[in-house]
Structure formats: structure tokens, C-alpha cells
Design a protein around this ligand. Structure first.
Ligand SMILES: [Zn+2]
Length: 341
């Protein structure tokens, strides 16, 4: 990435952090909803989602009542994703755009703002959830160096990975359901039924995840991953996040000194296995694990689902797969619970 691109991107991230709250309060206008709900059955409304997880949640509620378009495909890194011209066209044409927000997909958020989409066509399904703010020292310093006014760069940034617990994901489901009903009220009964059925499944999955993780011996409930996507997951399910290569973003260079420090932390905390993530390159994590004589466990899914047909092709399968992978790598029993996937 050239220096100009990088500067543009960093400024975009700062703008998103400062303006994120505006997206989060988007509300719908009844007139617009009425217009959208009419029309020819042959042309379904278009819902564009930034990430695979959001796209899956939309699908679980809307089923085939909408056409869906996904910007960051399976295995992609939303933190680093630069939208294409085609993405911009899709966003322009979309009846609804769904973004995670809180700086998770900064270049997409910036692009959506540049398209000047009216607020009633943008949904940030994190509304109602309070993110944790983290002091991302090295990243913030780097952003400050390039910012026009360093004082505008906050000391702390929100951790956007809110979907990583099932209780939080249920809030996403409620917000997506309500927004779809606002836009397409003729489908209200269907959306309510689909959301209720899906949430019942999520409750089962939540119990299974807990049951699976509970088999990990207490002293091994420690997590080291590629980037800091498991903070909410760890808090909800009792796994301590010891350290990560990157923080809550992935778009900066990690120094050799930081990798050495990570290896020290792995060793000092008696972490037995580290876990790469599908959407983030793993070489530095593997390097730190080798230096610390820790094992490299199976690949976890966080910012992006796996390919269709894979073991993590949906949000539900991702949560189950992550729990099993952690149990397997940390001395638990991955098969303790019935298979729900
Ligand atoms: Zn992430």
C-alpha cells in the first residue's frame, strides 16, 4: 500500500471513529418504507452487507424475500478491505446497506458516507450494544503521526467485534428484523417468525458453546490469536485473552520487538496453544508460538465466515466450530455436546 493510500485510509479510520455514532442512530422514514414495499415481485429489494456474518444474519431473517450482495467475501479481512467500483454501485443501488460499524470496515464505511446514502438506508445492527473502548497504544501513535490534527485522534478506540458472543448476536438479529419490517411491512409476520426460530437455535448454540468450552481445564482457558477479535467472546465464555499479534485492527506493521514480547507473554502465561484466524495472515503468530515452544492450534473464524460448504459457512457453524477447535487445542473435549451444525 502506498503512503498516500495509507494516509487516506488512516484518515478514513479516524473519521469513522469520530462519526460512527451518526451511523448508529439511523432511523427509517415511513414514506420511504412504503415506496420500497410496493413494486414488482420479480425485482426483489437489494440488501448489501459488508461482511459474511452480517449477510448470514440477513439471510436467516429475510430468506429469499430480498436479493443479497456481499462486499467482503469469505476469508476476507474487513479491516483492510478497499471497496471496488462495483461495490460502490451496489451500495448506490441498495435498498438497505448493513454495516457493523465502530470502525470494523473503515474503507467501506467511508465509501458509504461518500455515496451519501440517506440514513434510512443504512443499518448498523450494533445499535443498543455498548462497545468496549481499548487503548491501542502503538496503533493510535501511528494514526496520530499522520493525522492533520493529532489532538483529534482519541486515546481509545472501540472494539468492533461485538457479534462474537451469541447474546450480542441476538441484538443484531433484533435490529435487522426490525429494520426489515420497517422497510417491507408486508413481510412482518415472516420476519418475526424467522427471527424467533433463529434465536431459538442461537440459544441452543449458546448452551453448546458453553458446554464445550467448560471441558477445557481451567488453567488452559487462555487465548492467543492473530488479532484482538475475541475480547467479547472471552468475556462471555470465560476464556482469558492473553495477547494477540495485532490489536482490534489489523492495518499496521508489527515490529520484531512486539513479536518477541508476544512470545514472552505466551511463555510467561503458560499458554499451551495459539490459534490463527482465517481472515488474518498468521506468520507472525506462528513465529511467536515457535519461539515460545507453544503449539499452533486449529484456525478460528472471527471477522469472516468460511467458504460455502465449509465447517464455518454460517454464523452458527462458526461459533460451534470455534468452540470445538478451542476445546481440541486446549485439552478439552470437542465432542461433549450433540452436533448442532
Ligand atoms: Zn477484526
Amino acid at each position: 500500500m502506498g503512503r498516500f493510500d495509507r494516509t487516506v485510509k488512516i484518515l478514513a479510520i479516524v473519521a469513522i471513529i469520530l462519526l460512527g455514532a451518526n451511523l448508529a442512530v439511523a432511523t427509517f422514514v415511513d414514506d420511504a418504507a412504503m415506496q420500497l414495499s410496493g413494486g414488482d415481485d420479480a425485482s426483489k429489494p437489494l440488501v448489501v452487507s459488508s461482511t459474511t456474518v452480517l449477510d448470514d444474519l440477513v439471510f436467516q431473517i429475510a430468506h429469499d424475500t430480498v436479493d443479497r450482495n456481499l462486499l467482503v467475501g469469505p476469508g476476507g479481512d474487513p479491516h483492510d478491505y478497499e471497496p471496488t467500483t462495483g461495490d460502490q454501485v451496489a451500495v448506490e443501488e441498495a435498498d438497505l446497506v448493513v454495516l457493523n460499524g465502530f470502525g470494523h470496515e473503515p474503507m467501506i464505511e467511508r465509501m458509504v458516507e461518500s455515496v451519501d446514502k440517506s440514513e434510512d438506508r443504512v443499518l448498523v445492527p450494533t445499535t443498543g450494544l455498548d462497545p468496549v473502548y481499548v487503548a491501542e497504544g502503538a496503533w493510535v501513535e501511528e494514526v496520530r503521526e499522520e493525522a492533520e490534527d493529532p489532538d483529534d485522534v482519541p486515546d481509545q478506540i472501540p472494539d468492533p467485534h461485538l457479534w462474537m458472543t451469541i447474546p450480542n448476536a441476538m441484538v443484531y438479529v433484533d435490529n435487522i428484523r426490525d429494520q426489515l419490517i420497517e422497510l417491507f411491512p408486508e413481510n412482518e409476520a415472516l420476519y418475526r417468525a424467522n427471527a424467533a426460530e433463529y434465536k431459538a437455535k442461537l440459544e441452543l448454540v449458546d448452551r453448546t458453546v458453553r458446554e464445550t468450552l467448560d471441558t477445557i481445564p481451567e488453567e488452559h482457558r487462555k487465548l492467543v490469536t492473530t488479532h484482538d477479535a475475541f475480547r467479547y467472546f472471552g468475556g462471555e465464555y470465560g476464556i482469558e485473552v492473553i495477547d494477540t499479534v495485532w490489536g482490534v485492527t489489523t492495518d499496521r506493521e508489527v515490529t520484531a520487538q512486539e513479536v518477541a514480547q508476544l512470545a514472552d507473554n505466551i511463555r510467561e502465561n503458560n499458554v499451551t496453544a495459539v490459534f490463527p484466524e482465517d481472515s488474518v495472515r498468521e506468520n507472525l503468530l506462528v513465529q511467536a508460538a515457535n519461539e515460545a515452544d507453544a503449539l499452533v492450534g486449529g484456525t478460528l473464524f472471527s471477522d469472516s465466515l468460511g467458504l460455502p460448504g465449509s465447517q464455518a459457512h454460517s454464523f452458527v457453524s462458526m461459533m460451534l466450530y470455534n468452540a470445538k477447535t478451542l476445546a481440541e487445542g486446549l485439552g478439552g473435549d470437542p465432542e461433549v455436546a450433540p452436533d448442532l451444525s
